[in-house]
Design a binder for this molecule. Structure first.
Ligand code: UDP
Length: 456
């Protein structure tokens, strides 16, 4: 009897919100799906697609088909205004996505929670939709809790904090001040905050009924928060394939891998790694004080200063002079291969803005944190690090909002002298590695997801 014909590989569309901290983890998930024999159509906006292709140092990974559509903004539109960018996406993308789903016979869409309007595609294009959260489960739970914060008089209908108090949804979840809830700091103006809260309240009912919410976290670290997210499926921490720097295909800036040889030449556990993700912007005072603080520590440091990291006040000349001054001791690069840096034995600690990806990456590599959050979910992530997991310390700003060089020097010494923090960081690293290893909780959840995506 002839063997049955092999079934065609299931075909999944992956739809990230057009920002670096969303494209990267969804690309990492795509790699895991391709490893399991699925095919992925990865959708970027045209603007980001061009950046990703420019930053790519090798071929696009096999099994991942990169496509792109306009984002609805003109060439000079301000794409750092997340609320504005997000508000135009459904009108610009729904039609082309429907067409593509039909023509490529796609059966499943994995849509970023920040693109949850894509849930509509279930009705209009007959596809099944799973959501993916690039935030912690705690932030997701907090999002679902916003109507209660309004009812309780902590926020008003426009998202303005009307009564400041500590919010902690359950004992092992991070306590945060009401003023630190992610949406309070996301908008550039009260109007933007109102727009974000309005859209969040409108979409909460649909996202709480989604069949699956894939989360870049793991059971052992967020069990209580995950219990508050309906149909959560934690598969993290997700990471790029480390074997080849070129295969990730999600970076917006080219990685400067020369820093890896520099790290090889440094003593074990000696280097302060400094990076603030893709959005944070420093003014001149903060930037120069940070530079002086790193120099003052007297320790080797690697600092990622992406091209748009400062608000333009700090001239290239100043940075070049700084680089020359610290040559031999400190290295400044434009965009670091962060995951490989964090896994390098020379790295002692991570001075971070606590974006969720950076937080997971530091935790997964057992690196203690110096936390300097800037906006959105970063305060909540800082609270996890400092108050719940005990793997880092907070940098405190002065009355100008500037973290002084003395504060940086003092906290670096405090952190590196703290054996208990290092021991806890090592413990969480072991738990993270166990969760993604064969048989671990996240690995099992990934297999569940693959089975689900294979369903007709
Ligand atoms: N990243 C990187 N090189 C850098 C700085 C950041 O590869 O020099 C990556 C980092 O590994 C992480 C992502 O950019 O995966 C930033 O995401 P995160 O959630 O930490 O911060 P966001 O950019 O969203 O503020």
């Amino acid at each position: 009897m002839a063997a049955p014909a092999p079934s065609p590989q299931p075909h999944v569309m992956v739809l990230p919100f057009p920002a670096q901290g969303h494209v990267m983890p969804l690309m990492e998930l795509s790699h895991r799906l391709v490893d399991q024999g699925l095919q992925v159509d990865f959708v970027n906006t045209d603007f980001n697609h061009d950046r990703v292709l420019k930053a790519l140092t090798g071929a696009v990974p096999e099994g991942i088909h990169m496509v792109s559509f306009p984002d609805g903004m003109g060439p000079d539109g301000d794409r750092t205004d997340i609320a504005l960018l997000g508000s135009g996406l459904p009108a610009a993308m729904l039609g082309p996505l429907e067409e593509m789903i039909r023509s490529r016979k796609i059966r499943w869409v994995i849509a970023d929670v920040s693109m949850c309007w894509a849930l509509e595609l279930a009705g209009t294009a007959g596809v099944r939709v799973a959501l993916f959260s690039t935030f912690s489960a705690a932030v997701f739970a907090l999002r679902l809790h916003v109507p209660k914060l309004i009812e309780g008089g902590i926020l008003d209908e426009c998202g303005k904090v009307t009564r400041n108090e500590t919010i902690q949804l359950s004992p092992k979840m991070p306590p945060i001040e009401a003023t630190e809830i992610p949406w309070a700091s996301l908008g550039s103006s009260p109007d933007r905050v109102r727009m974000i809260i309005k859209s969040l309240l409108k979409t909460n009912p649909a996202i709480s009924q989604a069949t699956t919410v894939i989360c870049n976290t793991f059971e052992e670290i967020e069990s209580e928060a995950l219990g508050l997210v309906p149909n959560a499926l934690p598969v993290g921490p997700l990471e790029a394939p480390l074997a080849s720097s070129s295969s990730a295909a999600g970076q917006f800036w080219p990685e400067d891998t020369t820093c890896l040889a520099w790290l090889d030449a440094q003593a074990r556990s000696s280097v302060i790694y400094v990076a603030f993700g893709s959005f944070t912007i420093f003014d001149a005072a903060r930037f120069q004080e940070l530079a002086d603080g790193l120099e003052l520590t007297g320790r080797p440091f690697l600092w990622a200063v992406r091209p748009n990291f400062t608000d333009g006040v700090v001239g290239e000349g100043w940075l070049d002079a700084f680089k020359r001054r610290v040559e031999g001791k400190g290295l400044v690069v434009g965009w670091a291969p962060q995951q490989r840096v964090l896994s390098h034995p020379s790295v002692a600690c991570f001075l971070s803005h606590c974006g969720w990806n950076s937080t997971m990456e530091g935790l997964r590599n057992g690196v203690p944190f110096l936390c300097w959050p800037y906006f959105a979910d970063q305060f909540c992530n800082q609270s996890y690090v400092c108050n719940v997991w005990g793997t880092g310390v907070k940098l405190c700003a002065d009355e100008r909002g500037v973290v002084t060089k003395e504060e940086i020097k003092g906290k670096v010494s405090q952190l590196l002298g703290d054996e208990e923090i290092r021991a806890r960081a090592a413990m969480w690293k072991d738990k993270a590695c166990a969760s993604i290893a064969e048989g671990g909780s996240s690995h099992q959840n990934l297999l569940k997801l693959v089975n689900l995506l294979r369903e007709q």
